[in-house]
Design a protein around this ligand. Structure first.
Ligand SMILES: Nc1ncnc2c1ncn2[C@@H]1O[C@H](COP(=O)(O)OP(=O)(O)OP(=O)(O)O)[C@@H](O)[C@H]1O
Ligand SMILES: [Mg+2]
Length: 485
């Protein structure tokens, strides 16, 4: 089993938020502690530098200007100078003041130490280190011993007649000061640890509180089924989580409506398709050997099959109406379009066809879909009239809108039907003719096409009696003669 096959372990948002928070905080706190430590250590360094410089300056001063109290003259030998200086000095804690007098080939003699400092491993008791310092050509330096680091500075007194070379040495043991900086660092780390622990607790609780609605959305979504879309998430407060719940609820509303519409549609379609199947079946079962009867049955069966295939085609068209490419507008000459529709409609039946009005100009329409809609309207007009009756077809531009219409002189649409006839599978109450009049999909298709163009279909009475169906469409940006009556 490869990694790809294995289901990835899900890390909850709560844990992820908390982990990120902790990582960022840990890095920040450690950086603060480390910076504080290095600043403290630098301070210790500077302080030691100042101290060493100060002691050596004082000694140099005494050597240059000082007077031997016994002789009343300048110091002739290093011994009295060192003794006097050391007797006057007080060493700080961690500090050693030494007078060294050279002994060729051996460690220098330790002259005097002003005071016993409380130092673990004093330089004074480390002859090898004393020799290193004494013989070093530098005036200051750092000695890295196994028993602790020593910072030192010295002032040399050159050998003169009868007197060996000597030196005043000031040594500082920084371990104590450095340990203090280390303590501060450790303490900061400990405080950071406590802060992290507290953050973990508070962060866990706060993230849980904030994410609670998200969990609610998840559980609600998990409980939804196609049969039960009625559950909703309670909306509390006005934050973005409440907005999420509202959006989710809105989506559920739409889903519920869509599912309901789909169920209704499938029920209706099933019903409409079952009727012709029953008829075909019945006729075929009862069909005898009489050639005339067989001919009649064949005719009826063919008719029903035609009807079924028309319904299926119409349903497919309606299903397509949901797609964004259902209508593809292009610049169309309205006059040409109206004439085309008129020619096609005329072939639908023997009526008194009339091209009533023709709009001039260009508009952005889908000519195929508009023709389809107008032919549906013309078909209805034919169904609701008898041969010889007048059916008018026309187009006009009015108040920035384009109107294309089919006006018949039939019985007109009944008032109670006007509201429902545009719905799928809905037919008017006063139906004319046989069942073959249709499934009630025609006007639904017309409406879908009109809406696809951003317009609508309006039923209006025809002057002198009859029904007029008008496609009211927005005049596209290409329209040349706006507001023509
Ligand atoms: N020109 C009209 N005059 C009077 N009533 C009409 C007219 N056109 C449509 N109707 C009413 O509207 C109803 C719905 O029309 P629609 O075109 O949607 O369905 P249909 O014509 O019955 O069937 P289909 O168009 O699917 O073959 C019709 O049953 C009829 O009652
Ligand atoms: Mg129809």
């Amino acid at each position: 089993m490869t990694t790809a096959d294995r289901p990835l372990r899900r890390i909850s948002a709560r844990v992820r938020i908390l982990l990120w928070l902790l990582v960022v905080m840990a890095v920040a706190l450690t950086a603060v502690a480390a910076t504080t430590r290095s600043v403290l250590l630098r301070d210790v360094d500077h302080r030691i530098d100042r101290l060493l410089a100060q002691e050596t300056a004082e000694f140099t001063n005494l050597a240059r200007e000082g007077v031997d109290p016994h002789t009343g003259r300048k110091f002739a030998a290093p011994d009295p100078l060192l003794r006097l200086f050391l007797s006057r000095q007080y060493a700080d804690p961690d500090e050693e003041l030494l007078g060294l007098v050279g002994r060729p080939g051996r460690a220098p003699a330790k002259k005097e130490q002003s005071r016993e400092p409380r130092i673990g491993h004093p330089l004074a008791e480390d002859p090898a280190a004393l020799r290193t310092v004494f013989e070093s050509p530098d005036a200051t330096g750092t000695l890295h011993r196994d028993r602790g680091e020593v910072r030192w500075a010295k002032v040399e007194i050159a050998a003169s007649a009868g007197h060996p070379a000597a030196a005043f040495v000031v040594a500082f043991h920084p371990a104590g000061e450095q340990a203090k900086a280390g303590d501060v660092f450790t303490m900061l780390l400990a405080i950071s640890g406590v802060a992290l622990l507290m953050t973990t607790g508070i962060g866990w609780a706060v993230a849980g509180r904030i994410l609670k609605p998200v969990r609610l959305v998840r559980t609600t979504a998990a409980q939804l089924t196609e049969q039960d879309l009625t559950r909703r998430i309670p909306v509390q407060g006005r934050d973005d989580i409440a907005a999420l719940a509202e959006t989710f609820n809105g989506m559920l509303d739409r889903l519920e409506r869509a599912f309901a519409a789909q169920r209704e549609f499938v029920d209706d379609a099933g019903h409409e398709l079952r009727t012709p199947i029953t008829i075909v079946r019945g006729h075929l079962e009862l069909m005898g050997d009489d050639p005339r009867e067989r001919e009649e049955t064949t005719r009826i069966v063919m008719e029903e099959l035609d009807r079924m295939s028309r319904i299926v085609e119409d349903l497919l068209l309606l299903a397509k109406a949901e797609r964004p490419d259902f209508v593809t507008p292009e610049p169309v000459q309205l006059a040409e379009l109206t004439a085309d529709v008129f020619v096609k409609a005329r072939a639908l039946g023997d009526r008194d066809w009339k091209l009533a009005e023709v709009a001039e100009g260009e508009a952005a329409l889908d000519p195929q879909r508009i023709t389809q809609a107008m032919v549906q309207l013309a078909q209805n007009a034919v169904q609701h009239t008898v041969p010889g009756q007048r059916i008018g077809i026309g187009s006009r531009c009015a108040a920035g809108r384009i109107e294309l219409y089919v006006a018949d002189s039939g019985p007109g649409v009944q008032a109670q039907d006007a509201a429902v006839i545009f719905e799928r599978f809905r037919r008017g109450t006063a139906r004319r003719g046989s069942r073959a009049t249709g499934a009630g999909l025609g006007l639904a298709i017309v409406r879908a096409i009109a809406e696809g163009h951003g317009g609508q279909v309006e039923p209006r009475p025809t002057e002198g009696g009859g029904a007029t169906f008008v496609l009211v469409l927005r005049a596209g940006p290409r329209e040349q003669e706006p507001g023509l009556p």
